[in-house]
Design a protein around this ligand. Structure first.
Ligand code: NAD
Ligand code: DAU
Length: 340
């Protein structure tokens, strides 16, 4: 029986990970720490709250005393850090909070791990730390050896955190691991990101804002496959190692948007090409050979299955996302898309 402390568990991937853990390791205790920013939603954890093996703390990962108290009480064996500011567009608008949470928050957590002792600290990182790849070189993919080369304040903050995690491993001998995953999709994805935004707008017959020419490529992975990878790495991955996680599922943004229109029987007329994102990464593609070879991980959900499950989830959980898009999101949307 392990106590697993999950930060950022009220967000998209963290909440999916909590449900994955409660389902696949019912003997473990799961402690969630989340300060509930605009991206954190307590209603997402409604079912987990009823599980006696689950406990929730509304705490900021940058709050050193608060984090120390939680470690003292809960004595986690494993810490998995999902808590982050995660949206590239917001990082372009206001970088500061990204540096605070993504870098300093990581430091606070690792200091608590050093003080209290843990079996493993796992950092949930991203393929964006590798920068981007050209569209005309499909042979190129990110490996764990690809140099760090960041584009946005978001990716720079995540890369900085990764370097700090590696420094804590080397300097203090902290048993760490890092996963760098490609774009996830699935339930509880905040509707500021491409797939849920397009689903929500299409369902409301609103314009579908595609950046630039829509030719940018992302390597999409169903969120549950990512959760399974993290669970494997934190328990069986070699300490000190980085593991890339990806689905071998590269698609252009415009293909995704058209697919959503087709499934929902919405006209392509809704598609509106808008001003491109500043510094927009062209293509991401992950080589997941290492995690496959060492831990036997492979993606299990084909995109055609995962995307239908995802769209159906949004159709069946209108209340979840309609509540979200009626709050702070409206101001954000106006700022981001109003004059684009
Ligand atoms: P998200 O924005 O949906 O959720 C982030 C969560 O962290 C929210 O619940 C928020 O309240 C919480 N949080 C933010 N700042 C906090 C703080 N200071 N203290 C405590 N909690 C805080 O993000 P996501 O898409 O679920 O991403 C989770 C992690 O996975 C991030 O580290 C991200 O960089 C990484 N990642 C995401 C993707 C993706 O496609 N979404 C892919 C690879 C890696
Ligand atoms: O690759 C992993 C990363 O994937 C994670 O680290 C990030 O946390 C996560 O947000 C995601 O970053 P992206 O920038 O790739 O995701 P986003 O959903 O914001 O955009 C996906 C693509 O769609 C990107 O090329 C920009 C484009 N886009 C996005 C939005 C929101 C549009 O064309 N229109 C939009 O309105």
């Amino acid at each position: 029986m392990k106590t697993v402390l999950v930060t950022g568990g009220a967000g998209f991937i963290g909440s999916n990970f909590i449900y994955y853990l409660l389902r696949t390791h019912p003997e473990d205790r799961v402690v969630c720490v989340d300060c509930l920013t605009y991206a954190g939603n307590l209603s997402t954890l409604k079912d987990a709250m009823e599980n006696p093996h689950f406990v929730f703390y509304k705490t900021d990962i940058c709050d050193r005393d608060g984090i120390d108290r939680i470690f003292t009480v809960e004595k986690p064996d494993i810490v998995v850090n999902f808590a982050a500011e995660s949206h590239v567009d917001r990082s372009i608008e206001s970088p500061e909070v990204f540096l605070r949470t993504n870098i300093l928050g990581t430091q606070v957590l690792m200091d608590a791990c050093r003080k209290h002792g843990i079996e493993r600290y796992h950092q949930v990182s991203t393929d964006e730390v590798y920068g981007d790849l050209p569209l005309d070189r499909p042979d190129l993919m990110f490996t764990e050896e690809t140099p760090i080369h960041t584009s946005s304040p978001y990716s720079a903050s995540k890369a900085s955190a990764d370097l700090l995690v590696q420094a804590y491993a080397r300097t203090y001998g902290l048993p760490v691991s890092i996963s760098r995953c490609s774009n996830n999709y699935g339930p509880y994805h905040f509707p500021e990101k491409l797939i849920p935004l397009m689903i929500a707008n299409a369902l409301n017959d609103k314009p579908l804002p595609v950046y630039g020419e829509g030719k940018n490529v992302r390597d999409w992975l169903y969120v549950e496959d990512h959760c399974r990878a993290i669970d494997l790495i934190m328990r069986e991955g070699r300490p000190g190692e980085v593991y890339n996680v990806g689905g071998h599922n590269e698609m252009q943004n415009i293909e995704i948007v058209k697919l959503i229109c087709d499934y929902l029987h919405k006209p392509y007329d809704l598609i509106t090409y808008v001003k491109d994102r500043k510094g927009h990464d062209m293509r991401y593609a992950i080589d997941p050979t290492k995690i496959h070879r060492e831990l036997g991980w492979l993606p299990e959900t084909p995109f055609r299955v995962g995307i239908v499950k995802t769209i159906d989830w949004y159709l069946n959980h209108r209340e979840w996302w309609e509540t979200i898009i009626s709050g702070e999101y409206r101001n954000y949307y106006e700022r981001m898309y109003g004059n684009r």
